[in-house]
Design a binder for this molecule. Structure first.
Ligand code: ADP
Ligand code: MG
Length: 253
C-alpha cells in the first residue's frame, strides 16, 4: 500500500516541483514503485520527465472533472519504476469547475485509492496556492513534505499552510501528518541562508530533514532536458542530496 506524500507550500519558486521530480526519481532508483501526480496546471513536473504536453490524451484534469478512471490517465516514463499522472494547462479550469461538484475535496483521494496498492509511494506536486487543488492533494495525502527556500521571507506563509493542514486534519483527513520540512536553495556563502536555516530548525526542530538542498545550477538545468538530476548529471551535488533525501524518506517509513 503506497504512502502518499504531498509536496506543498503555497509560495511559488521554493522547490516543490524540483523536489517532486527528483525525490520520485531517487525513490524509484531505490527500487520503490512510484507514481508522481502533477497537480499544478503549469505541468512542470510533467515536462520535467520529458512528457510532451501536446501529446497528452487524458490527464489529471479528466480524472478530477470527468471521473475518468485514474489508470487510463497514468503514463509510463523513461524511468524504471516511475509512472506519472500528467497535468496540462486545462487543469487551471478544474479549480472553478469543481466548485459545485459533490465531495469536491475528495476527488483526488478517491482516484488514488483505486491504484494505491500498485505503488510504494505516491508523490503529489502541489500548485502554488491553497485552493481546491491543494485541498484535494492534502486530503489524498498521508503526509505533507514542505520545502522552504532559504531566502528572505522564507517563513512567510508557513503558518498559513500549517493552518490549512490543521483544517484538513479536522474536516477532511484526520490521518494527515507532517512528513518533514526541507531546506532548499541553501547558499552556505550567505549569512541569510544560515539565519533562515536556523530559524526553521528552531521552529520545526527534528521535523527538518538532515539533508539540505543547496543551490545547484545542474538542478535548474535538468528540467529543460526532461530529465531528473540523477539522469542528467548523476555525479552532481544536486543528485547526491536528492539521493540522500530519498534515503531519509525511506528511513522515515
Ligand atoms: P516551485 O515548484 O515551488 O514553484 P521549482 O521547483 O519550480 O519551485 O523551482 C523554482 C525555480 O528554481 C526553477 O527554475 C528551478 O529549476 C529552480 N531551482 C529549484 N531548486 C533549485 C536548487 N536547489 N538550485 C538551483 N535552482 C533551483
Ligand atoms: Mg511547481
Amino acid at each position: 500500500m503506497a504512502k502518499t506524500i504531498a509536496i506543498a507550500n503555497q509560495k511559488g519558486g521554493v522547490g516543490k516541483t524540483t523536489t517532486s521530480v527528483n525525490l520520485s526519481a531517487c525513490l524509484a532508483a531505490e527500487k520503490k514503485k512510484v507514481l508522481l501526480v502533477d497537480v499544478d496546471p503549469q505541468g512542470n513536473a510533467t515536462s520535467g520527465y520529458g512528457v510532451d504536453k501536446s501529446k497528452i490524451g487524458q490527464s489529471i484534469y479528466n480524472v478530477l472533472v470527468d471521473g475518468l478512471p485514474i489508470k487510463e490517465a497514468i503514463q509510463k516514463t523513461n524511468f524504471e519504476n516511475l509512472h506519472i499522472l500528467p497535468a496540462t494547462i486545462e487543469l487551471a479550469g478544474a479549480e472553478v469547475e469543481l466548485v459545485s461538484a459533490i465531495s469536491r475535496e475528495t476527488k483526488l483521494k478517491r482516484a488514488i485509492d483505486q491504484i494505491k496498492e500498485n505503488y510504494d509511494y505516491v508523490i503529489i506536486d502541489c500548485p502554488p496556492s491553497l485552493g481546491l487543488l491543494t485541498l484535494n492533494s492534502l486530503t489524498a495525502a498521508d503526509s505533507v513534505l514542505m520545502p522552504i527556500q532559504c531566502e528572505f521571507y522564507a517563513l512567510e506563509g508557513v503558518s498559513q499552510l500549517m493552518n490549512t493542514v490543521k483544517l484538513v486534519q479536522q474536516n477532511l483527513n484526520s490521518d494527515l501528518t507532517l512528513e518533514g520540512v526541507l531546506l532548499t536553495m541553501y547558499d552556505s556563502r550567505t549569512k541569510l541562508s544560515m539565519q533562515v536555516a536556523e530559524e526553521v530548525k528552531n521552529h520545526f526542530q527534528e521535523r527538518v530533514y538532515q539533508t539540505v538542498i543547496p543551490r545547484n545550477v545542474r538542478l535548474s538545468e535538468a528540467p529543460s532536458y526532461g530529465q531528473p538530476i540523477i539522469e542528467y548529471d548523476p555525479k552532481s551535488k544536486g543528485a547526491e542530496v536528492y539521493r540522500a533525501l530519498a534515503k531519509e524518506v525511506i528511513a522515515n517509513e
